[in-house]
Design a protein around this ligand. Structure first.
Ligand code: TRP
Ligand code: SF4
Length: 400
């Protein structure tokens, strides 16, 4: 039931570019058709690094959500929400912080890497150290089975799995679990109870898979047991408690090969990006200014496409036959670079057209976006509250 739940988040750091589209959003759009998907703006995560300049976070969040919708994330299929609007994330983060060894947080590679890299801000804060734990809370609170992330986030996913395991180890059992399991055992009748104990010993001492299968069958066949007693007996048999937090799996998003305007990977920080909804004239202008094979200083000099950053964009935006012709033309100097760039410009504009159109609906009517997000916040909150009820109870602070 939970295994099918997909969750992913993105920090609202500014307009998304075509690298985000090819690397992340296309994948989200695909996933929403056969999974139950939750996508959220990680605005608290943005605050861990931008706490001195929070003024842009709200606008960035709305713009980012419009980018998602423009890319084809469909609010009828996926739940779109904002992290800070589901306060339960903060409660889980706090509760998990109680049992979280400092050393676990300190050894997450991004912690030291980012501190070393980002010199213009002080990142020796409590919040920044807790970044991976907040991310764990985002994931665990929805009992998400699958989390689409890029490779850079894999250590955080592993950290999340360890956190879930640690939590379940401490709190996965009712306080009087043994006594309740023994009472449930009695309900099996003397003969069966004795047999069950034997199977349990065979499994736990010798690891016999057959024994655990027989034990489960015995529980399944017993007529007189309540559902809670069945769960207890299964937990007793297998030596586990009740699973409260689910260990997620990473759905590794293939590294985006989306090249930027200079041939390096497209990235805002390299200044080589085209934004998702960038205006057509600006797209044409940026592509026209792209460097080409330096050997083609003059129009009459032949060039080599594999040494040209424009060629990398052709791999994304033009078909094989077109590339064949252009490649010949470049090597024989029978076409010029301006001519060669045009199909790339056309390809980008063609890709952007439906995105621009979808975005326009929301730009014309911002209330639509607010409604989608309000609706998503409500849905997410409902799911988060279910988990928190179990978490509080497991930790003995449900006051019910
Ligand atoms: N840390 C992620 C990033 O920088 C964003 C994020 C926050 C996230 N919480 C998450 C991603 C939960 C997936 C699941 O990209
Ligand atoms: Fe690059 Fe095309 Fe010019 Fe060749 S013709 S150098 S591939 S832009």
């Amino acid at each position: 039931m939970y295994a099918d739940r997909v969750l992913s988040g993105m920090r609202p750091t500014g307009a998304l570019h075509l690298g985000h589209y090819h690397g992340v959003l296309k994948n989200w759009v695909r996933l929403q058709h056969d999974h139950s998907c939750l996508f959220f703006a990680a605005d608290w995560h943005a605050l861990t690094t931008h706490y001195e300049t929070p003024q842009t976070i709200q606008q960035n969040t709305w713009d980012m959500v419009i980018d998602w919708l423009a890319a084809g994330v469909d609010p009828k299929l996926a739940t779109i929400f904002i992290q800070s609007q589901v306060l339960e994330h903060a409660e889980l983060h706090l509760l998990l912080s109680m049992m979280m060894p400092l050393s676990w947080l300190e050894r997450v590679p991004t912690y030291k890497d980012q501190q070393a890299k980002i010199k213009d801000r002080d990142l020796s804060t409590y919040g920044f150290l807790g970044y991976p734990l907040l991310m764990s809370s985002d994931i665990l609170i929805y009992r998400a089975g699958k989390v689409p992330v890029g490779e850079d986030q894999l250590p955080h996913l592993e950290f999340t799995r360890e956190t879930a395991r640690r939590f379940n180890h401490f709190y996965g059992r009712e306080p009087d679990f043994e006594a309740k399991a023994k009472a449930a055992l009695k309900k099996l009748g003397n003969k069966n109870a004795k047999h069950f104990e034997e199977l349990r010993a065979r499994f736990q001492e010798q690891g016999e898979g057959e024994a655990v299968a027989q034990g489960r069958a015995l529980v399944a066949e017993a007529q007189s047991l309540s559902q809670a007693d069945r769960e207890r007996l299964t937990g007793y048999l297998e030596g586990t408690g009740k699973t409260i937090l689910v260990e997620p799996e990473a759905l590794l998003t293939e590294a985006s090969r989306m090249p930027g305007l200079d041939g390096q990977k497209m990235s805002k920080s390299y200044g080589n990006a085209i934004t998702l909804r960038e205006d057509g004239a600006s797209v044409a202008n940026k592509v026209k200014r792209m460097p080409t094979d330096p050997a083609r200083a003059r129009r009459t000099d032949p060039g080599e496409p594999t040494k040209c950053p424009v060629w990398a964009l052709h791999q994304v935006y033009t078909d094989g036959a077109t590339r064949e012709t252009l490649c010949q033309g470049c090597r024989t100097a029978s076409i010029g670079c301006i001519e060669c760039k045009q199909p790339v410009i056309d390809g980008i504009l063609r890709e952007q057209a439906p995105m621009r159109e979808r975005a326009q609906t929301y730009l014309d009517n911002p209330a639509l976006v607010r409604d989608i997000v309000a609706d998503g916040n409500d849905k997410a909150r409902r799911l988060a509250r279910e988990t928190m009820a179990d978490v509080r109870e497991a930790m003995g602070i449900s006051y019910r």
